[in-house]
Design a protein around this ligand. Structure first.
Ligand code: GLU
Length: 388
């Protein structure tokens, strides 16, 4: 196994999922000292140049410890949906405060994002949430994310933060997802009742045998078990993001991984760039076409975004976020990307300066017609013009 794959220092954007059982002690509430130590580890990763995103569970568990002795308190095992929503409302404030304080002790700024299932599964909302996360990272902040448990209902919720964290990681273009929980990795069978269970250090592919290794049980405070962790692994690795399951029971759990603590590494099925580009380039039928001038074609080739000014003509019916083909004026497709505007708006602003967008559309939209992160250069035609 290569040491590099296992070192967090070789990844540039790392999502860290922290389970409820690590953050919250039933008797004493938030484990602040542990959070402080983790934030020191996060700060070390940031100093190495990585972006860090935290997906933090714990709102419900923490809300229940705050409400000791009431109907929302921890003594009654599983609680009803509306009770857990109320507990989450109380716990989330305390949780956000703890992250904000602990990160600020490391001179880092926290930015809270609460997501529901629709925010990641519906394309327009997905693009909005993604833009917010990117903006936070660009500004040097640490996004701290949880499901918006106060409004999520049973039918429309993740329910577990393992899968939410995997979606967040893919949304943010992360290349590593670390799941910190009370288990140190994947075993061939649930280790509590199988003393002979074998520890898996490296998982190249999530096969049906791997699926079969997951038991169901989560701990009392958290919803996820090994099953949701493997599902998270499937989401992440398919999108080109590696995943580590490691124990968060120690102080400085990320440092511990660097120092060789045992963990399970799930390898990505492709590099993030390739996976993402494949996804964009692989759309069977682009919903529309942008015909762009030579200047825009050159700009795109040098890695720039496509601005409205360079777009001469727009065809097709597409919504914001749909894949469109980018063609030169001779009609040759040389790139594809996700449109930042739907066809109607794109037609209105084509050929105009980005500074005019607000006046034309009545709101200040994005400066680019297609952002460079959402674009892939394709096609033989492009290759033949490579030396321009
Ligand atoms: N979103 C839940 C909370 O913050 C946790 C879900 C989970 O345990 O995975 O309480």
């Amino acid at each position: 196994m290569s040491a590099e794959e296992n070192s967090l220092r070789s990844y540039r954007r790392i999502t860290i999922k922290v389970g409820s059982a690590l953050l919250v002690d039933r008797q004493h509430g938030l484990r602040r000292q542990w959070v402080d130590a983790l934030c020191q580890d996060i700060s070390a990763l940031r100093r190495d140049g990585a972006d860090v995103i935290v997906v933090s569970s714990g709102s419900i568990a923490l809300g229940r410890t705050v409400m000791q002795g009431t109907s929302l308190g921890p003594s009654r095992g599983r609680i009803k949906l509306e009770e857990s929503q109320a507990a989450a409302a109380i716990g989330q404030i305390a949780l956000a405060k703890a992250w904000s304080e602990a990160l600020s002790e490391q001179n880092l700024v926290a930015g809270q994002v609460l997501l529901t299932l629709g925010d990641t599964e519906e394309r327009r909302r997905y693009l909005n949430a993604r833009a917010t996360i990117h903006q936070l990272l660009k500004a040097g902040a640490v996004p701290v994310i949880n499901e918006n448990d106060t409004v999520a209902t049973n039918e429309i919720r993740y329910g577990d933060n393992d899968r939410l964290a995997a979606r967040v990681a893919t949304m943010a273009g992360a290349d590593m997802l670390v799941l910190l929980s009370d288990v140190d990795g994947l075993y061939s069978a649930p280790p509590d009742n199988n003393p002979d269970a074998e520890f898996l250090h490296r998982i190249d592919e999530i096969t049906p045998q791997i699926d079969a290794m997951a038991g169901d049980a989560g701990s009392e405070l958290s919803r996820g078990g090994m099953k949701t962790k493997i599902e998270a692994g499937r989401i992440a690795t398919k999108a080109g993001c590696a995943m580590i399951i490691a124990s968060g029971k120690v102080e400085h759990p990320l440092r511990a991984i660097e120092e060789g603590a045992r963990h399970s590494l799930f390898l990505p099925s492709a590099s993030p760039v390739t996976a993402r580009k494949k996804w964009i380039a692989g759309q069977l039928e682009p919903a529309g076409r942008f015909f762009v001038d030579d200047g825009a074609q050159k700009a795109l080739k040098s890695g720039k975004s496509l601005l409205p000014a360079g777009v001469r003509n727009v065809t097709g019916k597409f919504l914001r976020g749909d894949t469109v083909a980018i063609c030169n004026l001779a009609g040759y497709e040389f790139a594809r990307g996700l449109a930042a505007y739907g066809a109607d708006e794109a037609t209105l602003i084509a050929g105009r300066k980005s500074s005019e967008i607000a006046e034309i559309l009545g709101y200040s939209g994005r400066a680019a017609m297609i952002h460079r992160d959402d674009m892939v250069l394709t096609g033989a035609q492009f290759a033949s013009n490579e030396d321009d």
